[in-house]
Design a protein around this ligand. Sequence first.
Ligand code: ATP
Ligand code: MG
Length: 434
Amino acid sequence: MPEQEESWNEGIRLASILEAAGHAAYLVGGCVRDRLLGRRINDIDIATSALPEQVMVLFPKVIPTGLQHGTVTVLLGDVGFEVTTFRHEATYSDARHPDEVVFVRDVNEDLARRDFTINAIACGTDGRMIDPFGGRADLARRFVRCVGAASERFSEDALRMLRGVRFAAEFDFEIDAEAWEAILGQRRQLSRIAMERVGVELDKMLAGSHPDKAIRLLRTSGLLVHAKESLLPPLPELPARSEPETGELGWRKLPDANDRWAALLLLAGADERQASDWMRKLKFSARKGDAVSTVVAVSGYLRSQASGRNDETPDREVWTEAVLRFGVPAAESYLSVVRAFPSIDSALWGDQKEQEGPSRIEQAAEWLRAMPISRLNELAIRGDELVRLSNREAGPWVAEELKRLLLLVALEKLSNDPLALKNEAFRSLQGGRE
Ligand code: ATP
Ligand code: MG
């Protein structure tokens, strides 16, 4: 990872400039932790004794991103480094925001305000680590442990409970016993945290290395039940980790975070409305909410079409109608989700392993690939042409006829060429169809 090494070195260079001006400066937090773990570093945070205005005079490009917290962003080239004055956070009366930020002189005091020991290691420009809480030892024994008394730290800021779960899942660490007890004791405090912040944490957990572990920890801790707004249905009970398909591997087959959300909600048994409810309450963008709930909707549609029929596997027509209704991206995501988690909609697709030849899912994927077009505006005939051709008043029949033609083309029963489409439309309209 040469570019990783480069940005780390840039961080060291930045800290050296602060030191040369007489200030103390360290790389700190997630970047030190991730470097010690040999993982990809996200962004580099620097803690310094310099006040924001002292930082601002030392560098040509500085953005005052969070002055009230003592944070500025220093730009070196096009990379931003968050530089924060050593601080200490006094009394949290609301389990969310420190009542006041106090700047301090000593890096050890700054480290003491941080949430977990593994996040409370500072690295000097000479490479020397300042690790007053045994963060390196916890990295080695693979434990998430609070700096100081866990129940105090969680009552100061309830979001830390979710962060703890996230780090345990991401690194596949244990949550230390005191912290776990404190989560069980304080989980009700999660109701004080804005849903948006809960959403950010959940999204990171799902997009991360071990979503299954995160879901299991969230379930056994009962944390999410106490979110400010209720999320229904509750998280699914996942089979044991050792189960090859559902335990862990399924998630790895879904690189896209939105597909993972759809899988989670389908595993939980959510319908489209519940899925969009989850996404809305967690304050995700409408775009993300739609992307996820539409995949859930594909499942609901196929199941509603299947009910009452002998063979529940969607035939080409039902499948193609679903694709046209919900769009190709949603259909493709749906296929990825049911491939990754065969327990989802297994009544529709059967057990893939018992199949001979291509599975029913791959058959559906093949039909999807074979579709020449999937949207009305790709059809080689327009509504006004239909009206002229028929000599009738425009009306709802136009859209219906266009949809019928689109389905025929998508099914490869009719070619998407103006003459063929006109002939087909003429024939059906002559035939007295409404
Ligand atoms: P990542 O960026 O991979 O999510 P991170 O550890 O860098 O992990 P950030 O949210 O970027 O997490 O925060 C940077 C550092 O600030 C953390 O490592 C931790 O030391 C401290 N920190 C962040 N949030 C809190 C919090 N709620 N309570 C106490 N310290 C925190
Ligand atoms: Mg970070």
